[in-house]
Design a protein around this ligand. Structure first.
Ligand SMILES: Cc1cc2nc3c(=O)[nH]c(=O)nc-3n(C[C@H](O)[C@H](O)[C@H](O)COP(=O)(O)OP(=O)(O)OC[C@H]3O[C@@H](n4cnc5c(N)ncnc54)[C@H](O)[C@@H]3O)c2cc1C
Length: 323
């Protein structure tokens, strides 16, 4: 039996869903589970992970960790892993982890498998698969010649099985301090974007728009439906490339992978690269004028119609239902 270390990510109030997915996968193994939780607030959240089978939380709450600095994070996390020598390290394929863990892998000479969508453990081995060519096929990844194996799993792809109890006992909290570092760069200021909506990867309902919306000014139709449903607005790459909305809203192979309960795709054709990011959604509703659009092959419900007529009608219906 070895050790799995899960790199956690959290918001102010809770760990992100991706962290619970990793803990669920780790819990099915025979290995001991530890976590690394960094940043302000990590210490108050860590005790709840006892219910997830976590024996130890290595916590660093230094204010300098509030904003991601690759150099600082690599030194800290690399140092912890060098000392702990776990068999496996699990992290979500978030923007932060995709930047951080290749650096860490290089520093500690670990093997790394990124962007995995299937993960299980068998003895000392991990069974890992990752999609290739926008999901046209999957590759099985095997580790060799490395003591520590780092696995990054796409968020919203693995199941979450609820914790056994909410008691939150039994986690040994090991507080660590930042080692002195001669950093070459420092983050001086982060200016937050205007959106207060939930990030796409965390959203339960997404209303996404494509090129068929014909211009950024028409995205207000999507925003009206989204605010009625408590949803987050997403977009296809065509729309992002046209400069209508920011890249943070892009869903797909080169954008975010999402798996909401409800995904409403408006005037999106359903190119394979878009499907690669949203086909894990539970219910997909497609609105498109073209009855042959590929999105209808993935959709649970399809509306063949003009988004400029369907969206206001849907918004009005939902508003009436809610009142
Ligand atoms: C390497 C690579 C990576 C990529 N990554 C991504 C990615 O991450 N995400 C992504 O989305 N794409 C990605 N793409 C681009 C992808 O191939 C498509 O070009 C893109 O998804 C098309 O966007 P769209 O569906 O909005 O536009 P279009 O394909 O132009 O589709 C517009 C749709 O709107 C419909 N329509 C038009 N008017 C209306 C109306 N009034 N009401 C209703 N429907 C209407 C049309 O029938 C059509 O189906 C990638 C491509 C490459 C090569």
């Amino acid at each position: 039996m070895g050790t799995i270390i899960v790199f956690t990510e959290h918001t102010q109030n809770d760990f992100k869903r991706g962290t619970y997915e990793l803990l669920t996968a780790a819990k099915k193994s025979e290995h001991a589970i530890k976590v690394i939780a960094v940043g302000p607030g990590a210490d108050s959240l860590a005790p709840k992970l006892g219910a997830w089978g976590v024996s130890e939380a290595i916590v660093c709450t230094d204010d300098n960790l509030k904003n991601y600095n690759p150099e600082l994070y690599t030194n800290l996390i690399g140092g912890v892993l060098e000392a702990e020598k776990p068999q496996f390290v699990l992290a979500s394929s978030s923007m932060l982890a995709r930047d951080l863990f290749p650096r860490v892998a290089q520093k500690i000479k670990a093997g790394i498998a990124s962007d995995c969508t299937e993960l299980s453990f068998s003895g000392g081995n991990a069974l890992v698969r990752r999609p290739m060519y926008a999901g046209k096929c999957t590759a099985q990844v095997e580790f060799s010649n490395c003591e520590t194996k780092i696995i990054l799993a796409r968020p919203n792809q693995l199941p979450v099985i609820a914790a056994e109890s909410n008691a939150g006992t039994g986690v040994n909290i090991k507080s660590i301090t930042l080692p002195p570092m001669d950093l070459k760069t420092r983050i001086k200021e982060v200016v937050a974007g205007a959106s207060e909506k939930l990030d796409l990867t965390e959203a339960n309902i997404i209303v996404a728009g494509g090129r068929g919306m014909k211009g950024p000014e028409h995205f207000k139709l999507l925003e009206e439906l989204a605010s009625t449903l408590g949803a987050t607005v997403g977009a296809s790459r065509a729309v992002v490339d046209a400069g209508w909305v920011s890249h943070s809203m892009q869903v797909g192979q080169t954008g975010k992978t999402v798996a909401p309960t409800l995904y409403i795709a408006c005037a999106i054709s359903g190119a394979i690269q878009h499907l690669a990011g949203m086909s894990g959604s539970k219910v997909i509703v497609a609105i498109n004028t073209d009855a042959d659009a590929p999105i209808f092959r993935k959709a649970t419900y399809g509306i063949v119609g003009d988004a400029f007529e369907v969206l206001p009608a849907l918004t009005a219906e939902f508003k009436a239902l809610i009142q």
